[in-house]
Design a protein around this ligand. Structure first.
Ligand code: TXA
Ligand code: MG
Length: 350
């Protein structure tokens, strides 16, 4: 490959249910050689590199413009492979893996000595998940390596739920995109820290506190608060999170995003605005959003990408109900609406 050739991002379509073996084999080979491969998971597209390969993992940070202090999730094909990455695999981790893997739950545990520091951003713990998408599974199984993979977008931008979103954000900066169509989950995995007691949700997602509770035998903490509510405490009582790697401005569209409490108010605002788009709760808006949490999550980033691509200046979003089942969606909407400046300047790793 000459230099220009190596800068081109290839896009290979792949069957989402039954991935073609030859395509998987070539993508796996690329990963094993230190390449960056974007691939679909059941949540969002990930940007993968061989987790054992320090140089390859550093390329992820450079391609994304990601701050070096924000650690990466390591993906494995099967739960028993997670044990190779940790220095202790407690029975609770096994119970959670048995119940939720493959699926959108990431577990944070003390790392094994051989996990490169660049993966964990120098920290003592590693985040691991076993994705449910057939393409992700086939790639992990064929490459037979753990794959470090953040969401396949430039840092602070919206996560990608389609290959087109990856290309828009990272085209020319990565080697390959495996295009298997849209992701079904739509928002990133729940991140659960098992090193604290009770375990702490660092990032809410489609695996909800209520789903975790019976396995944990207790109510998980939610970063920044105690989650006292078991059913439907109003969300207003819950404040946004802060922790390393949980930047407030994140998952943000280019347009300015404004959250409002009712479709009525949104409709009145829209009548005064030019060049604005509206995600209504149910019928009415530029995009009519679904009214159940899972369907809403599946549609959210795609709708925001769509409005950004139509070059609106403002996006009005009618907030879903203030109930715990909507917690992960509210979290992403608040981050997308943040006016705070982005993360500090990227530390170059190369
Ligand atoms: O659904 C997902 O999780 C997607 C797909 C591709 O798997 N991945 C993803 O990765 O969203 P990323 O890098 O965009 O978000 C990972 C989150 C960040 O908030 C990061 O700070 C946190 O997980 N994280 C990663 N490693 C961690 C660790 N060792 N300790 C605490 N938090 C960690
Ligand atoms: Mg991300």
């Amino acid at each position: 490959m000459d230099r220009d050739e190596s800068r081109r991002t290839q896009i290979w379509t792949i069957d989402p249910e039954t991935p073609e073996k030859d395509v998987i084999a070539k993508a796996a080979e690329l990963l094993c050689q230190g390449g960056l491969v974007a691939f679909p998971t059941e949540t969002v597209y990930g940007l993968g590199a061989n987790a054992w390969d320090v140089r390859a993992v550093k390329r992820i940070f450079v391609a994304k413009g990601r701050p070096a202090h924000n650690p990466l999730i390591v993906h494995v094909a099967e739960s028993h492979l997670a044990r190779l990455l940790v220095n202790d695999w407690p029975p609770m981790a096994q119970r959670l893996a048995d119940r939720f893997w493959p699926g959108p739950l990431t577990l944070v545990l003390p790392k094994a000595a051989n996990v490169p520091e660049v993966v964990t951003a120098g920290g003592p713990n590693v985040a691991i998940r076993c994705p449910a998408h057939p393409v992700a599974f086939a790639l992990l199984a064929k490459a037979a390596i753990p794959i470090a993979a953040p969401s396949a977008n430039r840092s602070t931008e919206l996560s990608p739920t389609r290959a087109e979103h990856v290309l828009k954000s990272l085209g020319g900066r990565i080697d390959l995109i495996l295009d298997a169509g849209p992701c079904s989950g739509g928002i990133e995995s729940t991140v659960l820290d098992l090193t604290s007691s009770p375990p702490c949700i660092l990032r809410p997602g489609l695996i909800t506190p209520r789903m975790l509770e019976p396995i944990l035998g207790c109510t998980p903490q939610l970063l920044g608060h105690e989650l006292k509510c078991k059913t439907s405490e109003p969300l207003e009582t819950m404040s946004p999170f802060s922790s390393p790697g949980q930047m407030r401005k994140h998952y943000a569209p280019r347009a300015r995003l404004v959250l409002v409490k009712s479709n009525d108010l949104a409709r009145r605002m829209m009548s005064h605005l030019q060049n604005a788009g509206w995600l209504s709760f149910g019928e009415g808006g530029t995009v009519a959003m679904p009214t159940t949490p899972a369907d809403y999550a599946a549609r959210l980033y795609d709708a925001l990408h769509q409005l950004d691509d139509s070059n609106v200046d403002v996006i009005i979003v009618t907030l879903p109900p203030a109930q715990l089942e909507w917690y992960a969606v509210h979290d992403r909407l608040r981050r997308a609406a943040s006016d705070e400046p982005g993360p500090e300047e990227v530390t170059s790793l190369e």
